[in-house]
Design a protein around this ligand. Structure first.
Ligand SMILES: NC(=O)c1ccc[n+]([C@@H]2O[C@H](COP(=O)([O-])OP(=O)(O)OC[C@H]3O[C@@H](n4cnc5c(N)ncnc54)[C@H](O)[C@@H]3O)[C@@H](O)[C@H]2O)c1
Length: 369
């Protein structure tokens, strides 16, 4: 079975296909959307080994002349160095304005290839073929692309919507469990911001059982994409509402920055951030304490961290205020009123932030793996 959704953005609208073995029909899906001729298939070295040939064969069968290009796996590849390598490969492969790029991989490849497509020849079309759960439920949809600078994550980027998203759920079978659980953190987020029934679904199965339940996984990914697509449709460039997608991210980003990238996976930092945001919500929005407890139990059930990490509050507070300066002094927290209803742009007094941080239990640590 395949589930199909649409991101409605006028001339920038596109389809999201979710289902098993979609990589074998990637070429046909591209052709249906009018993408033909020359293409650059970008992947990382883990994913290319596993799925590069299947994707390339499918493109060939559809008459698309695809050149494969591989970047090292990991966040470090969201760099100028890899971006230049992509431009070089695109030029060598003869990509023109009418050509396109394909991001085959997790969020790192998606963000990097998407930014390359946004800037090469002032913009060419691109396809997101996500292979990590995080990319399927979050980063492949919505058109945020970018790379990092030594000073911080995602500081260079562009909004550039893909022309197509094709998520082959069979690829999740090879995803390491820790990465899978990190992706589930974003699904929990959708539960908090829009659809508490996702909580019921996730509470019933262990992550291992979920990983093998293709039909349920497809439903969860589909629902997550639906929620994200709806938010993006209403606020493509994050003028306001799109900020709700950042529930748990304000603190999560600060934790990632202070701990050093790679210590916590993105989803793990977001899990800690969501617990923090829930506690702030209790104090400031009347969010029920039993719902914070439910969130905490669910995250633990999904093998995600819930307690305060081993980083110091002054460092975290400094990272939060740097974030605020970058956004012109307007970063507010996304807080929940109840499961399924959140408000964005909520100011939180500094003393409340510090008190809730101090009340967040024993530090939780995970050494760099
Ligand atoms: N653009 C957005 O809206 C958005 C949203 C959220 C996160 N992001 C970005 O996404 C990135 C994180 O994405 P991620 O968690 O997918 O990380 P990732 O791309 O680094 O992938 C995680 C690891 O899993 C491997 N992998 C991916 N798919 C696999 C598969 N099917 N089988 C085996 N191994 C596989 C990768 O090689 C990598 O080692 C961050 O850079 C973050 O900033 C972007």
């Amino acid at each position: 079975m395949t589930c199909k959704r649409k991101v409605e953005l006028g001339p920038r609208s596109y389809s999201i296909h979710i289902g098993p073995n979609l990589l074998s029909s990637l070429g046909a899906l591209c052709s249906e959307e009018g993408m033909e001729g020359y293409a650059l298939l970008i992947s990382d070295d883990n994913v290319d080994k596993l799925y590069g040939e299947t994707a390339a064969r499918s493109l060939r069968e559809a008459g698309i002349v695809a050149t494969r290009m591989v970047v090292p796996a990991g966040e470090e590849s969201k760099s100028h160095e890899q971006l230049i390598r992509i431009y070089d490969a695109a030029l060598a492969a003869g990509l023109e304005r009418s050509s396109f790029m394909i991001a085959l991989g997790g969020g790192v490849v998606g963000d990097l290839a998407g930014y390359a497509a946004a800037t090469y020849l002032r913009g060419v079309r691109y396809v997101q073929a996500p292979t990590s759960l995080l990319a399927m439920v979050d980063s492949a949809v919505g058109g945020k692309t970018g790379i990092n600078l030594p000073q911080g994550k995602n500081l260079i980027g562009a909004f550039h919507q893909p022309a197509l998203v094709a998520a082959d759920t069979m690829t999740l079978r090879s995803l390491p469990l820790r990465e899978f659980c990190a992706g589930l953190a974003e699904v929990v987020k959708y539960g908090v911001i829009a659809d508490p029934s996702l909580f019921d679904v996730l509470e019933r199965k262990s992550p291992e059982a979920l990983m093998e339940d293709d039909a349920l996984l497809e439903d969860i990914i589909c629902r997550s994409c639906e929620i994200k697509a709806d938010v993006v449709r209403k606020d493509e460039r994050e003028g306001g509402l799109r900020a709700v997608l950042n529930f748990g991210h304000t603190l999560g980003h600060a934790i990632e920055q202070v701990a050093g990238y790679g210590v916590y996976l993105h989803g793990e930092a977001i899990a800690m951030g969501m617990v923090f945001a829930a506690r702030l919500s209790e104090q400031l929005q009347g969010f029920p304490a039993e719902d914070t407890a439910r969130l905490l139990r669910l995250l633990q059930h999904l093998r995600l961290p819930v307690a305060r990490p081993e980083v110091s509050w002054p460092d975290v507070a400094a990272a939060l205020s740097r974030d605020k300066k970058r956004a012109g002094g307007t970063v507010g927290f996304v807080l929940a009123e109840q499961l399924g209803t959140v408000r964005y742009g909520c100011p939180v007094p500094a003393d409340v932030l510090e008190r809730v941080w101090n009340e967040s239990g024993e530090p939780w640590s995970r050494s760099k793996e």
